[in-house]
Design a protein around this ligand. Sequence first.
Ligand code: 5GP
Ligand code: MN
Length: 331
Amino acid sequence: MNRNQATVEEAARFLREHNRFLVLSHISPDGDATGSALGVVLMLEQLGKEYVVVNEGETPLKFNFLPRFDRLRDLRKQPLAETFEAVIAVDCADESRMGDVRSLFASGAALLNIDHHPTNDDFGSVNLVRPEAAATAEILFDVAEQAGIAFNEELALCIYTGLLTDTGGFRYSNTTPRVMEIAARLLSYGVKPGEVAERCLEEITFAHVKVLRRALQTLELSHGSLVASIAVSVGDFSEANAQREDAGGLVNYCRNIEGVEVGVSFVEAEPGVVKVSMRARDRVDVSAIAKQLGGGGHAKASGCTVKGTIAEAKQKVWDVLEPALGVKHDE
Ligand code: 5GP
Ligand code: MN
């Protein structure tokens, strides 16, 4: 992979060099995507810059405790006529993750790509991609320091939210001493860890529980009990009166089962379109599986979108997963 990487200094210079920015994260944004995008926004405000922060699709309301949440535009509902010469993309594993927001780029626009996915293909004109970072927010912390930004509670909250959510509450193997050091610094600016954890990790919607109840009935072990999978259909969503974001986290019920190496969830976002989420323990790098199916992510957490029915999506995933796992479906 091309690793002609920018330095933190170059990223900080990018912020100083331009005056008006388009800031974006990825489709179906999570806590790191949203915390990082709003963290960039707060940095630009401090530098006296103008910005528009846009995503294709809605940002989950669970993140509405973050500063400037009300500035996030959903391009599907609030189209924009303007195009932008300077773009900052955060937490986007590849170009396609930016979705239709790409239609707002002026031709030849300068694009700062800040990300931590090992599958990132360096789609920016300036690429600050660090796969060793636990979260994009961790990289942003360094950029903010380099740019001489004054940390305050609001900025600290954005960065902390990215760290907390992408480490699963400081539990995953990406929780390094450095993550904890940065988190400790952020707490010193007034972030209330109990409140952030409550909003991001503990609180669930009733619709989520209703989707979960239906999904658990589909849970099955396969491949010699090394794989656990779960499925949610469009019918499940309508009967639970749930939104897509209400299906978040289902894949963990699969991966967490004792002895399971790979957990997979198949979520039918719309008829004929299945969002696949994969979580691995040790044996398989699921980012490689997802990449073969047009997606990407991390070794232990990845995703992709597959066309077809849930049954067809399953078959496509098994076809790629089986050689990596070394076990066939009915063994
Ligand atoms: P999730 O399963 O929670 O949606 O995503 C897990 C990880 O895989 C995240 O790091 C996410 O960014 C990445 N990911 C999920 N879906 C896709 C996709 O369609 N393409 C790429 N490149 N990465 C994805
Ligand atoms: Mn991330």
